[in-house]
Design a protein around this ligand. Sequence first.
Ligand SMILES: [Zn+2]
Length: 69
Amino acid sequence: MVAPEEKKMKTCPNCGEIVPVKTKVCPNCGQILGGRNKYKQNWFKELTPTEIFLIILGSIMLGVFLVAL
Ligand SMILES: [Zn+2]
């Protein structure tokens, strides 16, 4: 029989340590255990081409603005 508490456990993606779901930082390795993984390094892959263009354009404009000063 599975203990009720085991349902609230999760595995650290970094070291494999089993920690409570509500744990935000792995006590074993210090890995940040965010509940939602939307903001990973691949966040830019979810951007539309228009958004990417605007970000690049914004960066260029900011660069030009700083140089102009
Ligand atoms: Zn860990």
